[in-house]
Design a protein around this ligand. Structure first.
Ligand code: PAN
Ligand code: ZN
Length: 187
């Protein structure tokens, strides 16, 4: 940086989709084949085309993972669909530093944010365009797409939060979001 220099931003957000572009944006994808044991009906998952895209994440991670005081920013897009009667959803995780919080917000489409505390109490918040969700410390979080179009949501979290997927891989959430008579229902 030079003294008195005026620059353009190096990253941009498409305000309709919250797609990220510019320097250092990373992208990751999860297919149905990569989501073994995430859904309740493993037989139904195995019968599907394993290359089916379930969700992708774009993120700007400007600080090294673990840095105290840095911030991360991401956009997740979950495709519409179900495995058996369970909606396409993210793997879900606690943060590795358990006292680190996060914001999620709905951008496009309809979904449900599933939240579970350390006592395995699970509840959910409806995600719609403009909904803002504060995910407090020690709360596992996962999002399901309950609509017929891709669900876009934004996220911002501390760079020292980390991801603990093991707990959810092992024990899951204590409830699943399934379609019952056409209605998203926690069971
Ligand atoms: C998000 C999530 C993203 C994908 O950026 O990582 O939505 O979900 P999974 O990581 O559970 O597959 C976030 O919560 N970061 O902390
Ligand atoms: Zn998180």
């Amino acid at each position: 940086m030079k003294q008195l220099e005026i620059k353009s931003a190096q990253q941009a957000i498409d305000l309709k989709t919250w797609a990220l572009s510019g320097e250092g944006i990373i992208e990751s994808k999860r297919t149905i084949g990569q989501l073994a044991n995430v859904f309740g009906d493993e037989q139904a998952r195995k019968k599907m085309n394993q290359d089916t895209l379930a969700y992708n994440v774009q993120a700007h991670l400007p600080a090294k993972e673990g840095t105290l005081g840095g911030l991360y920013f991401g956009t997740t897009i979950i495709q519409p669909g179900k495995v058996g009667n369970e909606y396409f959803m993210t793997r879900g995780h606690f943060h590795a530093s358990s006292d680190r919080a996060e914001y999620y917000w709905g951008v496009k489409g309809e979904g449900m944010l599933l939240l579970m505390d350390k006592n395995r109490i699970t509840w959910a918040e409806k995600m719609i365009p403009g909904s803002l969700h504060y995910i407090g410390a020690d709360i596992a979080h996962r999002v399901a797409n309950t609509g017929n179009e891709p669900l876009h949501f934004g996220a911002a979290w501390p760079s020292d939060a980390g991801h603990n997927y093991d707990e959810i891989d092992k024990n899951g959430f204590s409830a699943r979001l399934v379609e019952v008579d056409g209605v998203p229902t926690l069971v």
